[in-house]
Design a protein. Sequence first.
Length: 256
Amino acid sequence: MHPPSPRVPAVSVDPTRFILVDTSHPGNVGATARAMKVMGFSELVLVRPRFADVLSQEETVAMASGAADILVRARVVSTLAEALEGVHHAIGTAMTPRDFGPPTLTPREGLAALAGEMPRPTVGFVFGSERYGMANEDVYRCHSVISIPTNPAYGSLNLSQAVQVLAYEWRMAQGGFPVEARTPTVELADGQAVQGTLEHWQQALVDIGFLDPAAPKKLVPRLNQLLNRAALRTEEVHILRGMARAVQALVKPRQP
């Protein structure tokens, strides 16, 4: 099965490169493509994947879920050196620092500093095998290493999950995507409507014997304050008054 020719708008051009080394599971390649596209990245390079046809396997395409265009453009190479051609700053991924290796940083700390550099370097994120992570010699090729903070008792991240975390953090470090605020129009009930609701419920409480009009104590003022604090909407006033009518109907059935 071959990845379908994409009929979707092209991903915005971003030189950031995601490099998977010795990947063994086709599903992780597809899920990585999806994670990249969601964050606006498009350059995927595979180094010595377990299956030479991994980019066209059914599981890969299925897990890409709409990101088949990333698979179509992806490259397969034999060495990490080939994958890093044109990359100015290679970032390895590892749970633990390597002796004599590059500095290890958290995603937010390391990527914020990198995004502030001008001109901004072309970045390549390098991910190791699902089975044993990055080999030491590959880590030493990198300029820095990112370690994703995880639960000390269970820090095992799926490969594509790690890609998603770093893709998100790198996108946010570069300013993120605009989010359209969607604030629904709210029609607040006016004072007259709120007062009418209070009076309606006051009468309903009298009808069911909960409120003694001869000795109301502080119930009505407290209900008044409650309704004022609630900042009732017009439709909420209608609901409350409908409830009051239903209560009254139980004790005062309509006459035929």
